[in-house]
Write a protein that binds this ligand. Structure first.
Ligand code: SF4
Length: 303
């Protein structure tokens, strides 16, 4: 049986099965309670430096594992986002002023944690002309200055497609440029109402053409069809994406989009096989994968 046939059978069977079981989380989605010395150290550091992490703000299920390994994903430009995506738990509103000292505190924290690889993301700041690109750029500059051997990955918003913002990022290029598609184009209206699928693809292509390693991520189980995921993979490969992450969507509160189904483990494995066949260099695909999950491992593998 070919991989695709096997996949289609799995999808059909599991779609029927999971609709009966929805409401009860499968065993593989059980989350460890965050605790431990390293966890406490990382939390105290973030409080002391007045920094936000997407680990906490997005209620990431991997926080126990990542923080105990002394890794975290910094979330810059404040804790308030100008967009209202249907899946995301970050606070929505009009952000306060720009904290220009934030890059210095991020760089100091990277040094204190002695990170080999760091991921920096942000809320959307659509009210700023450059969308906050200059703050990303300053973070990269200062980290490279303090920790020249540390690789830097930035997980950026789409900056409304403004090329001027892209150019600012390229003044101090990161090692990996990450931008999430999040879901298939049919679902953008409900999942990412202020984003555009083509705009995100073009962003990835733009940075790839400048010579950066590129990465993107999606959630599954939010209403997409199997064939749509395969088409999305083709689009990403055609636009020069090197690394793909795929994880299960989990509803952060009852005000967010519901889970459509719990995708079975076997299906995640098939996505990985198909993704590699299609041309991605790395595919990380399993239920608890998030965009920055095992990012350090990806960076080691790709350079
Ligand atoms: S997967 Fe990413 S966001 Fe989640 S805890 Fe780990 S570093 Fe933080």
């Amino acid at each position: 049986m070919s991989v695709i046939n096997k996949y289609q059978r799995t999808y059909k069977e599991e779609k029927e099965k999971s609709s009966d079981q929805l409401g009860k989380r499968p065993e593989w989605l059980k989350i460890k309670l965050p605790m431990g010395d390293n966890y406490t150290d990382v939390r105290n550091l973030m409080r002391r430096q007045k920094l936000h992490t997407v680990c906490e703000e997005a209620k990431c299920p991997n926080i126990a594992e990542c923080w105990n390994a002394r890794t975290a994903t910094f979330m810059i430009l404040g804790d308030t986002c100008t967009r209202s995506c249907g899946f995301c738990n970050i606070k929505v509103g009009l952000p306060s002023e720009l904290d220009t000292n934030e890059p210095g505190r991020v760089a100091d924290s990277v040094k204190e944690l002695n990170l080999r690889h760091v991921v920096i993301t942000s809320v959307n700041r659509d009210e700023l002309h450059d969308g906050g690109a200059s703050i990303f750029s300053e973070c990269v500059r200062l980290i490279k200055e303090e920790m020249p051997d540390t690789t830097v990955e930035i997980l950026i918003p789409d900056f409304r497609g403004v090329e001027e913002a892209f150019e600012i990022i390229m003044k101090k290029p990161p090692d990996i440029l990450n931008h999430n598609l999040e879901t298939v184009p049919r679902l953008y209206k409900v999942v990412r109402p202020q984003a555009k699928y083509e705009r995100s693809l073009n962003l990835i292509k733009w940075f790839k053409e400048k010579g950066l390693k590129t990465k993107s991520g999606i959630m599954v189980g939010i209403g997409e069809q199997q064939e749509e995921v395969l088409n999305l993979m083709d689009d990403l490969v055609d636009h020069g994406c090197d690394i793909l992450t795929i994880g299960q969507y989990l509803q952060p509160t009852k005000n967010h989009l519901p889970v459509d189904r719990f995708v079975p483990l076997e299906e995640f494995k098939v996505y990985k096989e198909l993704g590699l066949e299609k041309g991605f260099k790395i595919v990380e695909s399993s239920p608890l994968v998030r965009s920055s999950y095992h990012a350090d491992k990806h960076a080691r593998a790709i350079f």
